[in-house]
Ligand binder design. Sequence first.
Ligand code: NAI
Length: 650
Amino acid sequence: MTVANSLRLERQADGLAWLWIDQPDRITNTLSPGLLAELEGVLQALAPMPPRGLVIASAKAAGFIAGADIRVLAGLESGAAARDLAARGWAVFQRLAAAPYPTLALIRGHCLGGGLELALACRYRIVVDEPGTRLALPEVLLGIIPGWGGMARLPALIGSAQALNLMLTGKGVDARRAKGLGLADACVPPRVMENAARILVVSGQPARRLPWFQRLANGPLKALVARQAGRQLAARVRREHYPAPYAILATWARFGGDPRAVPPASPASLESLLAHPATASLMRVFFLQERLKGLAKAVDFAPAYVHVVGAGVMGGDIAALCAGAGLRVTLQDQSIERIAPAIARAARGFQRKFRGDGRQIRLALDRLIPDPAGLGAGRADVIIEAIVEDLAAKQALFAELERRARPQALLATNTSSLGLGQIAAALADPARLVGLHFFNPVALMPLVEVVRGPATDPALLACSLAFVRRLDKLPLAVADSPGFLVNAVLAPYLLEALRCVEEGLAPEAVDAALVAFGMPVGPVELADTIGLDVALAAGRVLGGAAEPPRLLQERVAAGLLGKKSGQGFYRWEGGRRVGQVHPEMGSAAARADLARRIINPLITATERCVAQGVVADGDLADAGVIFGAGFAPFTGGPLHFKARGGVSTP
Ligand code: NAI
C-alpha cells in the first residue's frame, strides 16, 4: 500500500489496484494542484508494474470529488497562471486516459467539475444509485470553463447535443440519468458497488462508443450544431454578461475542446475570461452562497415532523417542499376542500422533482398528510404558519398553537409584512417565535429569510437556519424590520419602474431595459406576477414618503390585479403573459440610462438595510438580493456592482 497525502493506493491479491481519494481535514475531496501532482505520482509509480485494472473511488462519506478547489481558481492572478493550471490538469488526465490498463471511476455522491473530468478520463464509470449522486460540469456558473479535457471527452461520450446542454447550463444529472445518457456504464445499488467495479474493470468490455449518427455532430456537422447551439444560447444569456458559455461553445467547436489551443487574444481564451469582471463576480456569488450555507452549520438540528397551517399559495407549497425533502408533514386549513388543491399541486410538483419515479412520488405523497383538525400541531418539531396576512387571526392561531405544541417545537410565521414582535405578543413565551419568510414560487426561489423578532431565542434562530438548509434552501438571518431585506429593496425598485410607466414609457420598454441589464424578468412584469394589490400594499408600507404611482392605484381599484386576474399592465392567459419582452427595444444608451434610474433606488435601499442592521453586512445583503430578488448574478450583487462603479446615485 502506498500512502500519499490525499491518495491511498491499495494493490490487491487479484491484481487490481484501488486508488482511494481522501483529502485530509476536509469533508469532501476537491482537486487542488497538490492532488493533481499526487495523482501524477501514482500513475508514474504504477507504470513499471501495471495493475490488471485501476479503480478510483472516494474514501469520504460525502461524495466523489466536489470539483476543482475554487479558492485556487479564485486566486489565479494572471492568464498565464490559468493556462498553466489547465495544462497541468490536462496532462495528468491525459496520462490517465492513455493508461495501458483498464481504469474505472466508482462514483458515489457528487462528482463535479474537475472530478467529472477525472472520471471521464477513465475507461469506465459506475454510478451508485443514491439520491446524493450527482454528476455535473458546473464551471459555467462560476464564469469559467471545464479545462481538463471534459470539453473534449464529454461530447465524445454522450454526443454533442447532450454534452453542450450540460456544459452550457452547468446542470447536473442523477445516477439513473447518467446511465441513461451513457455517461455511466452501470448504475448500481451501494451494496454491490465494489463488486460491480471489480467485475467491470477487468471485463474487457470495449469503452462506450457513440453511434455513428451522433459522431457526425462531433465531426462533419459540428459547425452546424455549434451555430444552432449559439442561437439558443443567445436567446438565453447575453455574451457581455456571461462570456463563459460562449467560450465553451467556441472551444468545443473550433479548438477540439482544448483550452490550451485557444489563442490568448480570443474572447474564448482563459486570459479573456479571467479578465472579464463577470468571472470574479460569479466566484463571489459562489462564496456568498457557501457563506449562507455555512450560517446553518452552528447547530445540529434534525427535525423529522413539520406541521403547516394554511394550505394556500405559500403554505401548500411549503408543505410540499418539506415532504419532498423527506420530512413528515401535516397540512392544516379550515376545511379539507381548501387542502385538496395544495395536495394536487404537490403531486404535480413531485412528478417533476422525482422525474416520474413512481415509488419516490408515492412515498413523498404518503409523507404529506391533510390535517383539517390540526392534530399534527401536538406532535411536530416545527410548526409553520402561513394563513391570511391578518394580525388578529395570526395572534389567535399562535395562542392556540402554543398551548398544543410540544415545548421544544419551533414556532414559525411566514408573514411578509407584519412585525414578529406584534404576532409574538399573543404568546405566553414570545421567545419561541421566529419568522421563516419563503418566497413565491417556493419550489424555485433559493432564499428563505430567517427573521429574528425582538424576543426570539438565539438558539431557536440557529435551529431555524439549520432547518432551512435541511430543505436545501439558503438561509439569511434578518432583523424584524418592515419588508425584512428582500421586499424592502424590491419595493422602491418596482415603484420606480411603475413611475416610469406613469410618465408615459411603455411597460415593454421598461422591462426591456432591465432584462438587457441582466434581470431575469422586467419589474413591470414582476409587479403583475406578484399581484398589483400586493405591490400597492407593499409600496404604501415600504415605498418611503412618496405616494405610490396613481396608475397602480387606479388599476387595483378597477380590479386589474395582474397575472391572477388576467389583466394588469399586461394581459395574461393561462398563467402566461401575452406578448414578448424585447431586450433590444430602444437604443442601448437609453436602455442603460433607464435601467440605472430604476436600479438606483434598489441600491440605496440595500445600503439603508445594511446601515440599519437588517442584515449583518454588505456581503450578506448582496447575497440576499441575488438569491431572494433575482438580482443579476454577474454583477456580484447591488453593493458590489455600485462599488465597481456600475451605478452612481444621481
Ligand atoms: P392564501 O390566501 O393563498 O392562503 C391562506 C390560507 O390560509 C387559506 O387557504 C385560508 O383558508 C387559510 N386560513 C386562513 N385562516 C386560517 C386559520 N385560522 N386556520 C387555518 N387556515 C386558515 O395566502 P398566501 O398567499 O399563501 O399567504 C400566506 C402567508 O404567507 C401570508 O402571511 C403572506 O403574507 C405570506 N407570504 C405570501 C407570499 C405570496 O407571494 N403570496 C410570499 C411570502 C409570504
